[in-house]
Each structure stands twice: as structure tokens, then as C-alpha cells.
Design a binder for this molecule. Structure first.
Ligand SMILES: [Zn+2]
Length: 303
């Protein structure tokens, strides 16, 4: 739940509760969300702070007047849990910044409206809607201010301003499930940066600098030929070989297909793969560089 509130963008389905059964009372009304805490950016303090969920007075009044032993009828559609409501996240640090989410909570199967399993409910009624594999899900269907995902410092330090703008737009459109849009940004990044990334890898201590240089030379002569991506694997430092596959080639392959031939869903999958691989490669480069820096400092101290 905390992860969902902090990090997940609009229209991404998150499992709140698995194997719902009568007697489970969690998440059946908006009241069940009051008091949940999560980390979020406070725009007043320009920092990540703990936020706590609350409801507005109208929602509290409305649901507070309901019979507590049953799920309110308006929270069910065709006997499945399905309701949407507004929650307010309040910054606990400054008490001066609020964010608003519209949450949609739903179940995959019909559920009983009975909340309290201890009363005189006929067994028949209890079992009627006690279907196995019934789970409760939640998604954000609105947010104010708009949800923004920030790239890690390692990424922003690595790229220049232009690439960072594409990266920011790429992760945010991805987070809103826009496949074609996010894929287009990540494609741009790979097209622009992949050779630069190879140049950086070349200078890492564990990689075969001479061999990579040869590949780069050839690539400059014939930029349209992809041999550099195919042949670089054996010359990579070990930290980039741990996957057992060639991450550079995989990155290149994600961009080799035309944008027009892919569906929205395919673009979404490709954008996710590029993001994961790109983060992996840049983190490894960064780690190796910091290790070199540390070693240099140590050696300086030895002199
Ligand atoms: Zn604050």
C-alpha cells in the first residue's frame, strides 16, 4: 500500500488484498484508508516527507452514516466491489501541503455485502459469494498535483540536459501507461546515447579498451552496420556480463523495429525493457567509476 501511494502512477493496477473472504473488512469503504502513511514529495518543503491519508468531511459524513455491518450498496457494481473516492494526503512534517488522489477500489469476483461474520447470518448466505481467488485491487484514477516521477541522481548526473528531459518525459509517460509516447522518448535516448555509453564503458578498468576502440573505429566508418553491438559482449567488464546476455545489443535491438509497426502494448513493454536495461548499464558504469575514484584516493594517501 505504501509503495502504491508513493510510487505508482495513474491507471496502474495494484493488489491490495489477496483471497478476500467474508469477515475480511479491509478496503471495503473509504474509511479503511484513513491513517495510511507513505513517502511523497512535499512541494512546500521541496523534500520527501511522510504523508498521511485522510478523507474530506463530506466523504466522512456520507459513509459515516451507513450501516457498519454491510458494505454500502453504492460500493458494489454487479456484486463486485467497485467504488471511487477522493483521499487527501497530508504532509505530517509541515502540515501545510496536501495532495489529492482519486482512488478506484475493485474486486475481480462478486463478494458478499456482509461485513460482520459473527451475527445470525445463514451459512448459505455466508458461502454464496465466498468465491476462491477473489482479490481486491486499487488504481489511482486522478491526482492533484499531477504525479511526477523523478529520475535517480545517478541518471541525472550521467546524462546532459537534453537527454535528461527525454528521460524524465519517458519515465513519466511510462508511469501513466502511454506506450507509444514513452517508447518514442527511450528510443531517442538509445539512438543518441548508446555509442557514448560504449565510449564510457571502454574506459572502465575491466573492459578491453583496445578491442572496443577497434569496434568504435569500424562503427565510425560504417555507422549503419550493427556489428559493434553484436561483438562487444566479450569485451565488456564483468559487471556488465553478469546477466549472461549482451545488454548493449539488447538495448540496440529494442530500437531496431519501426515505431509504426508496434502496438501500444508492445511499445509499453519495450519502453519498460529499455528503462530497466538502461538503468542497469548506467548504474554499473557509475559503480565502477566510483570504485576507481576510491582507489585513486587510497593510492594518493599511500604516497
Ligand atoms: Zn511538508
Amino acid at each position: 500500500m505504501e509503495e502504491f501511494l508513493s510510487k505508482i502512477g495513474l491507471y496502474q493496477i495494484y493488489t491490495l488484498l489477496e483471497h478476500y473472504a467474508i469477515g475480511n473488512q479491509d478496503y471495503t469503504t473509504p474509511f479503511d484508508f484513513i491513517g495510511k502513511t507513505f513517502q511523497y514529495k512535499c512541494e512546500k518543503e521541496e523534500a520527501f516527507r511522510t504523508f498521511e491519508l485522510d478523507l474530506d468531511e463530506a466523504t466522512k459524513d456520507y459513509f459515516g452514516s451507513k450501516d457498519g455491518t454491510k458494505i454500502p450498496r453504492e460500493n458494489l457494481i454487479e456484486s463486485k466491489l467497485n467504488y471511487t473516492f477522493k483521499v487527501i494526503g497530508k504532509c505530517k512534517s509541515c502540515n501545510n501541503h496536501n495532495i489529492i488522489f482519486l482512488l478506484n477500489v475493485f474486486s475481480n469476483n462478486p463478494i458478499s455485502n456482509i461485513l460482520n461474520n459473527t451475527g445470525n447470518i445463514a451459512l448459505e448466505d455466508q458461502n454464496k459469494w465466498n468465491l476462491p481467488d477473489t482479490h481486491i485491487y486499487v488504481q489511482k484514477v486522478g491526482a492533484f498535483p499531477q504525479i511526477k516521477i523523478l529520475p535517480s541522481k545517478i541518471i541525472t548526473k550521467y546524462f546532459n540536459r537534453e537527454t535528461n528531459q527525454w528521460y524524465f518525459k519517458g519515465i513519466n509517460t511510462l508511469n501513466e501507461n502511454y506506450g507509444i509516447g514513452s517508447y518514442a522518448y527511450f528510443r531517442r535516448i538509445i539512438e543518441k546515447e548508446l555509442i557514448n555509453i560504449i565510449e564510457d564503458i571502454k574506459s572502465l578498468p575491466d573492459s578491453h579498451m583496445v578491442e572496443i576502440d577497434k569496434l568504435l573505429e569500424k562503427h565510425k566508418e560504417y555507422p549503419k552496420v550493427s556489428t559493434i553491438y553484436d561483438n562487444i559482449f566479450e569485451h565488456l567488464p564483468n559487471s556488465l556480463k553478469v546477466l549472461g546476455v549482451n545488454p548493449i545489443k539488447l538495448l540496440y535491438n529494442q530500437t531496431s523495429e519501426g515505431l509504426h509497426s508496434l502496438t501500444e502494448q508492445e511499445c509499453l513493454e519495450k519502453a519498460k525493457s529499455i528503462l530497466k536495461l538502461l538503468d542497469f548499464v548506467i548504474k554499473r558504469i557509475n559503480e565502477e567509476r566510483s570504485e576507481i575514484k576510491d582507489l585513486k584516493e587510497t593510492i594518493k594517501g599511500l604516497k
